[in-house]
Design a protein around this ligand. Structure first.
Ligand code: HXC
Length: 261
């Protein structure tokens, strides 16, 4: 495994999977500027590294991330927040990544932590996971997507409940309401995420990118525009060798060897 030097995250690349672990244990992985800029840079590296085919973003067993760093924010003025567009560019960096990102969440995913998990392509939760948007308790609201993304995941009623009361949602409720794709025992979280990532890494990157583009259209456009975008992506994949290989392999009852061509 290769290792890169960051102070607030740990990056490991092994078997085509980059695992990025948020690592500020003394602050339950609270997201400060340094962490988010290191994360943005690690994600950009992973996206550009041809050895990487899938990314896992995770935290510790106690916390994925307990939110934006309250110490760093507490004395900021409106002018400072506005001029720096606080965490705007960092969150856009996460959403720009073309390779799949799986959030593997154990423990607290609160405020910016929950928002960061929702920026990933899907969330696998440990049974210990707790999600929440408790910004209301600090006299603010979510700032990197919580009011928009949580509402799209779980609907208005639950989203309003979470944002207005600041209550936490456990893993079972999160799965039931569509926030996470699966819940697994805490001790097998990384194994499960690795196995999902390895499966993704075996596919054609062309089809993988097409899936991300197509599914994400569902949140940006009308149904008929989204359906057209999907159909054209589907058609376009017939220009690839990987489509020929994938279908030939099925017919010849063998495993496909995709080459991203
Ligand atoms: C800074 C934090 C932190 C945070 C925890 N810590 N969350 N520091 N920012 N968001 C620190 C604590 O100060 C403490 O440091 C250490 O981590 C351990 O936390 P404890 O509170 O002692 O742990 P525990 O009693 O187990 O409680 C866990 C917890 C609680 C329920 C998660 O820490 C908590 O409520 N944290 C804040 C959650 C929150 O409000 N998040 C939203 C932030 S606003 P010391 O030094 O005292 O040991 C946000 C806006 C996003 O995210 C928009 C961005 C633009």
């Amino acid at each position: 495994p290769s290792l890169m030097a960051y102070e607030t995250i740990i990056v490991e690349i092994e078997d085509h999977v980059a695992t990025i672990k948020l690592n500020r244990p003394d602050a339950l992985n609270a997201l400060n500027s340094q962490l988010l800029s290191e994360l943005a840079s690690a994600l950009e590296d992973a996206d550009g590294n041809e050895k990487v085919r899938c990314i896992i973003l995770t935290g510790s067993s106690k916390a994925f991330a307990a939110g934006a760093d309250i110490k760093e924010m507490s004395e900021k003025t409106f002018v400072e927040m506005f001029l720096s567009d606080f965490f705007g560019s960092e969150s856009q960096a996460v959403c720009k990544v073309r390779k799949p990102i799986i959030a593997a969440v154990s423990g607290y995913a609160l405020g910016g932590g929950c928002e960061l998990a929702m920026m990933c392509d899907f969330i696998i939760a440990a049974d210990s996971a707790k999600f929440g948007q408790p910004e209301i308790n600090l006299g603010v609201v979510a700032g990197i997507g919580g009011t928009q993304r949580l509402t799209r995941f779980v609907g208005k009623s639950k989203s309003m409940d979470m944002h207005l009361t600041g209550r936490f949602m456990d893993a079972e409720e999160a799965e039931r309401s569509g926030l996470v794709s699966r819940v697994v025992p805490a001790k097998s979280l990384m194994e499960e995420a690795q196995s999902a990532a390895s499966k993704i890494a075996e596919k054609s990157m062309l089809a993988t990118f097409a899936v991300k583009e197509a599914v994400n259209r569902a949140y940006e456009t009308t149904l008929s525009e989204g359906l057209l975008a999907e159909r054209r992506l589907f058609h376009s994949l017939f220009a690839t060798e990987d489509q020929k290989e994938g279908m030939a392999a099925f017919l010849e009852k063998r495993t496909a060897q995709f080459r991203d061509r």
